[in-house]
Design a protein around this ligand. Structure first.
Ligand SMILES: [Ca+2]
Length: 64
């Protein structure tokens, strides 16, 4: 299994188990699998990107 497949598999496992920290209450080990690795970094980046997108959308609405 290559790195990308391994990473995706691990990420999907984490999502399916639904044991991730709630938004706003996440610590470094966001998927709570006992270690801090690339999947945690990915999840943090994704949540940050979602939060930013939501904020920008809200600002566009407010400016209207
Ligand atoms: Ca983790």
């Amino acid at each position: 299994m290559d790195f990308a497949s391994s990473f995706k598999s691990k990420l999907l496992d984490a999502l399916e188990e639904k044991k991730m920290d709630p938004v706003g209450q996440a610590d470094a080990d966001i998927d709570n699998d006992g270690d801090v690795d690339d999947s945690d970094e990915y999840l943090h980046k994704r949540r940050k990107a979602i939060k930013k997108a939501m904020k920008e959308e809200q600002e566009l609405r407010d400016a209207d």
